[in-house]
Design a protein around this ligand. Structure first.
Ligand code: SAM
Length: 210
């Protein structure tokens, strides 16, 4: 299920300013391989939040071949850093090539392995944590991310509307169950103020309160 009508989505996509050449190549690769990336509408939001918060430290859970990291790196100051985590080494190789070509590799650090385990072993606090791991792991990702986020920081989770599978679904699979549980946890956690934005496939944006 599309979250917004295809014609409105086409309008929004057509309205976007042209992306830089390397970013366009990444978008083409994602399309050719049917690889899920956050896409330019969400990318622009990540850029905006990074600037709004004056973020310097960003942690990504599930970096793929570096598309979302590209948007963060673009927005971060010269002394800012995005720590990327990814299970597949071929994705990390691609990400390093792309970010090098974009002249942004100095703002990015890659760690191979399970994103949640790596985050639990990495010292915080972070200004922004992006969660884009396998959906069945979403509740565990939230639990691990919260103590690593600074007060006033953002936990941002992609696919919060999970292509509509979260509604009218009497037998949700483990991935859908993960998204459903995550949305409940994020919305009702005492120290989070969460809004789910119906952008692309839904983006849960949680502000960490005192
Ligand atoms: C949806 S893609 C991420 C795309 C990326 N955030 C972007 O928008 O450019 C999810 C990626 O996370 C990786 N992944 C999923 N679960 C993971 C985990 N627990 N630890 C590390 N990587 C994981 C997958 O291999 C895949 O490349």
């Amino acid at each position: 299920m599309e979250i917004i009508s295809p014609s409105l989505n086409d309008y929004l996509e057509d309205l976007l300013p042209a992306r830089l050449t390397v970013m366009q190549e990444m978008e083409k690769l994602a399309k050719d391989r049917n690889f899920p990336i956050i896409g330019p509408q969400v990318g622009r939001l990540l850029y905006q939040y990074t600037k709004l918060l004056g973020a310097k430290r960003v942690f990504e859970m599930g970096s793929g071949f570096g598309y979302s990291a590209y948007w963060f790196a673009l927005a971060l100051p010269e002394d800012g850093k995005v720590i990327c985590t990814e299970a597949a080494s071929n994705n990390i190789d691609l990400a390093e090539d792309y970010l090098k070509a974009a002249g942004l590799l100095h703002k990015v650090e890659f760690k191979k392995g399970d994103a949640i385990k790596i985050l639990s072993q990495t010292a915080g606090p972070f200004d922004i944590i992006l969660n884009d791991v396998d959906k069945n792991d979403y509740p565990r990702a939230l639990e691990t991310a919260l103590p690593k986020l600074r007060v006033g920081g953002l936990l941002i989770t992609d696919n919060a509307l999970w292509h509509g599978r979260i509604v009218n679904n009497p037998q949700p699979d483990v991935y859908t169950q993960g998204v459903l549980a995550y949305n409940q946890l994020a919305m009702f956690a005492e120290n989070l103020w969460t809004t789910i934005l119906p952008v692309r496939d839904g983006l849960a944006v949680s502000l960490k309160l005192e």
